[in-house]
Design a protein around this ligand. Structure first.
Ligand code: NAD
Ligand code: WQD
Length: 339
């Protein structure tokens, strides 16, 4: 299949492009490089062993998008990653988040309609569940309004896509609700490229171990969990990438359907367990201190993955130690490139 991947040079997008080729598909990438580097393209091409069509384009440019779809017609499916994702920034710049994540999505849907695309996979997030009453969460756990424009942009996007897919004959849509993607490709040639001070746990850990940050702050030790620190469902980015391939292949066999899937491992880990795994798998001692809770954080969430296993036949296979060690290998490769 020829799959158009928006945001294909980003963290999850680049790993998904690699998995698409590994499974015999082709990709066409659209990315405006607003949160990624052009250098990812040659690294990816090297990994997959062929040239990959790339358009540097903002998805807010509807005419530019239409030209790409005309040029690449017919496209067998779209995986739509392109969005802004910094939760805190979205509180400062809500309009930019709504434009990118909602208007951008509408522009993609316009191309679905104008160029008869049959399959769409959308990057959603476990953020749509907020702090659920019960864990693990299934896909029928109620979704809830978020306290951030970023979170609400995912909720609104899901609603738009669900309704549009039901009304528009010929389109099938899968929404993947990611839990906490971490780690990097085993080759250490692609990985996460956080700009500035990382807000997320894993890049903060690896940058601390690399000496770029002095100390990791562990946010909160008084949660109602086994060691008092918050619990998340960390998932290896290559497993997550593989779920996209399964989703787009499933849509080929299930035209006109609209489905939501949790994409996690089905197990929750505390912050301290992630740190222990990092120290064990890399042999690095991590400098950290326990501080107060971070505002807006939830206590615990992890996925019930029964549905994605049964319907898509997908299951995460990589361990937490593989996540932490691959994240470290990538951090070391990045440092080596820079020096
Ligand atoms: P990322 O920032 O690394 O990748 C997004 C890519 O999209 C970047 O390369 C960026 O340059 C591009 N982009 C952004 N706006 C664009 C625009 N207007 N036009 C063209 N390209 C644009 O982020 P990621 O972590 O790979 O996330 C991918 C998707 O997954 C996003 O939709 C994000 O909201 C969602 N998601 C991410 C996480 C996570 O923890 N990383 C969790 C849940 C959901
Ligand atoms: C994980 C855990 C922190 C940094 C965010 C978004 C969510 C989703 C994934 C996109 C938490 C703790 C972190 C640090 C710490 N993204 N932590 N010290 O908060 O689960 O989710 O990313 O959809 O929408 O909100 O991820 O990596 O920031 O934090 O102790 O320096 O690590 O408190 O318990 P989070 P995270």
């Amino acid at each position: 299949m020829k799959i158009l991947v928006t945001g294909g040079l980003g963290y999850i997008g680049s790993h998904t492009v690699a998995e698409l080729y590994r499974h015999g598909h082709q990709a066409v990438i659209i990315d405006d490089l607003s949160n990624s580097s052009r250098q990812v393209l040659p690294a990816l091409e090297n990994l997959v062993g062929t040239n990959i069509p790339f358009y540097q384009l903002d998805i807010l440019n509807q005419d530019g998008l239409a030209r790409v779809f005309e040029q690449e017609f017919p496209v067998d499916g779209i995986i739509h990653f392109a969005a802004k994702k910094a939760v805190n920034e979205s509180l400062q710049k809500p309009l930019i988040y709504f434009e990118n994540n909602i208007t951008g999505l509408l522009n993609i849907v316009r191309c679905v309609e104008d160029f008869n695309v049959n399959n769409l996979v959308f990057s959603s997030s476990c953020t749509v569940y907020g702090q659920p009453e019960r864990v693990p969460v299934t896909e029928s756990t109620p979704t809830t309004r978020s306290v951030t424009p970023y979170g609400n942009s995912k909720l609104i996007a899901e609603m738009i896509l669900e309704e549009y897919t039901r009304l528009h004959k010929g389109l099938g849509t899968v929404m993947l609700r990611y839990f906490n993607p971490v780690g990097a490709h085993e080759s250490a040639t692609i990985g996460e490229l956080p700009i500035g001070v990382p807000a997320n746990l894993m890049p903060f850990i690896t940058q601390t171990a690399a000496g770029v940050r002095e100390r990791l702050k562990v946010f909160g030790s008084d949660y109602n969990t086994r060691d008092g620190t918050a619990i998340r469902d960390y998932i290896h980015v290559v497993d997550l990438a593989d779920a996209h391939v399964k989703a787009i292949e499933w849509l080929q066999e299930h035209p006109d359907e609209v489905e939501f899937f949790n994409v996690g491992t089905g197990t929750g880990q505390t912050v301290l367990e992630v740190i222990e795994s990092f120290e064990r798998s890399t042999g690095q001692k991590l400098n950290y201190e326990i501080v107060g809770r971070r505002e807006g954080d939830i206590e615990q969430i992890w996925a019930d993955t029964t549905k994605v296993e049964q319907v898509l036949g997908w299951k995460a296979t990589r361990t937490l130690d593989e996540m932490t060690s691959s994240a470290w290998k990538w951090e070391c490769a990045l440092r080596a490139q820079k020096s």
